[in-house]
Design a protein around this ligand. Structure first.
Ligand code: SF4
Ligand code: SF4
Length: 183
């Protein structure tokens, strides 16, 4: 009988201890969020999806050389042919006007989010390539993981459609920032 009562007391006591833990946190502020209607904004140095600005890029290729995963590729814009030389004067060199880039791609399937490309980008006062705070990119195929930018494209670029191989607007990517923070 004593053993039975001791067992009941232990069970009751352990239940009370459990309820006490619940009671202690019941009135504390909630630390969870109702995702996706509520989203946590990461800290400033978070390395999220890379954003790229074709207007700022000078096509120097430093990011291509810095990338350890070889996932960046680019093509420089063709220089505008020099005007016909004036007789008796040296020919003017070909010049580049407008965006320096023809196209720029990043394969997120190979990116390890190390940040070396952003570090190496020399443009000032703003980087042409930087890690945003965006962590919600969703890919359903490996082809979609390749992002491509051309002058005039938005900061998120375009993604490749698996069905027809064409690049189009990035579908279904949600953004926790309406304008990605520039660095
Ligand atoms: S974050 Fe690292 S792996 Fe990804 S593109 Fe930049 S340098 Fe390459
Ligand atoms: S993104 Fe930056 S580092 Fe890469 S080519 Fe453009 S200017 Fe150079």
């Amino acid at each position: 009988m004593t053993k039975y009562l001791s067992f009941v007391f232990d069970a009751f006591w352990n239940t009370l201890k459990g309820l006490w833990v619940t009671l202690k946190v019941l009135f504390l502020p909630s630390i969870t969020v109702q995702y996706p209607t509520e989203k946590i904004v990461p800290y400033a140095r978070f390395r999220g999806m890379l954003a790229y600005d074709a207007q700022t890029c000078i096509a120097c290729g430093m990011c291509v050389r810095a990338c350890p995963s070889k996932c960046i590729a680019l093509a420089k814009a063709a220089p505008v042919p020099a005007p016909a030389p004036v007789e008796g004067r040296p020919a003017a060199p070909a010049v580049r006007v407008g965006p320096k880039i023809d196209w720029y791609t990043i394969d997120y399937g190979r990116c390890n989010f190390c940040g070396l490309c952003e570090e190496s980008c020399p443009t000032k006062p703003r980087k042409a390539l930087w890690h945003s705070l965006d962590y919600e990119a969703v890919f359903s195929t490996r082809e979609e993981m390749v992002r491509k930018w051309k002058p005039g494209d938005g900061l998120w670029g375009t993604s490749r459609n698996t069905a027809d191989g064409q690049y189009g607007p990035v579908a279904d990517q949600l953004h926790i920032q309406s304008v990605p923070a520039r660095k």
